[in-house]
Design a protein around this ligand. Structure first.
Ligand code: ATP
Length: 260
């Protein structure tokens, strides 16, 4: 479904993706891991066709995604319906007067029939557990509720590829558990970013790990990565902790198994 070949991306001041290559098959659930600033969000923006590689290429279903290609109205409409991105911060996605309008927005843009829109909005609001908020302004909701509204506004499009940027960062433990179960049952291709090793294994079997140098240093079974001390150190996803046992002080590596 996706093929990324030798992709480089640079902002004005720095290169944040270097020689990134991988493929994703339809139906796979892939987790992109890396410390803050390693380039995870940038990679998702490339996959969503919001920014374009300065070198290398990105193919979606065999089509090269370029600025020019996305200017083709028919292709743009198909691509925007099939490939959706959940932003890290829900506030940057919410701008409609009510939750209902927020969820309906994408379908209205696509020119769907009013009755179909109403059925789909109510179905997804119910499934995601935000039905009671439909008439409220999104900015009055909590961070986790906002995140769920964003999720519903993407799911209503019935996309094929979901790109989720730190989807649990605003969720409490109960909602995080709900999200993990939801993701497990979701019959779609999903690429999720996180720097949380504990949650990563719950969100997919395959991990692609970005180093601080913005290159892919691991692509494979996530459980295998978590057992690979050298790779964990290279990715900076472990830290050295000092301990005192009586009068003896020693230090060793710990993984960052913090929960959001
Ligand atoms: N619009 C921008 N202009 C310039 N630099 C940017 C821009 N967006 C991101 N960067 C820089 O690119 C690097 C990678 O950012 P990115 O957001 O992709 O990392 P990340 O791995 O998602 O980080 P985090 O875990 O903190 O979300 C960072 O150093 C960041 O400061």
């Amino acid at each position: 479904m996706i093929s990324i070949k030798n992709v480089k991306y640079s902002y004005e001041t720095a290169t944040v993706l270097r020689d990134v290559s991988f493929q994703v098959k339809k139906g796979e659930k892939v987790v992109i891991l890396g410390v803050n600033g390693s380039g995870k969000s940038t990679l998702l923006k490339v996959l969503n066709g919001l920014i374009f590689p300065s070198e290398g290429e990105y193919l979606y279903k065999g089509e090269r995604i370029t600025e020019k290609k996305l200017k083709d109205k028919a292709f743009n409409k198909k691509f925007r319906k099939e490939v959706v991105l959940l932003f890290q911060s829900p506030d940057s996605m919410l701008f409609n007067p009510t939750v209902y309008d927020e969820i309906a927005f994408g379908l209205r843009q696509l020119g769907e029939d009013k009755k179909v829109i109403d059925e789909k909005v109510r179905y997804w609001a119910d499934k995601i557990g935000i039905y009671r908020h439909l008439d409220k302004p999104p900015f009055n909701l909590s961070g986790g509720e906002k995140q769920k509204v964003c999720l519903a506004s993407l799911l209503v499009l019935e996309p094929e590829l979901m790109l989720l940027d730190e989807p649990t960062s605003n969720l409490d433990p109960r909602s995080t558990g709900w999200f993990i179960d939801f993701l497990y049952e979701l019959d779609k291709t999903v690429i999720t970013t996180t720097h949380n090793l504990g949650l990563a294994v719950e969100m997919g079997e395959r991990g692609i790990v970005l180093s601080e140098n913005h290159t892919v240093i691991y692509d494979g079974c996530l459980k295998g990565f978590l057992k690979d001390r050298d790779k964990l150190i290279e990715a900076n996803l472990v830290h050295i902790h000092k301990h005192r046992h009586g009068k003896v002080e020693h230090s060793h590596y710990h993984t960052h198994l913090f929960f959001d």
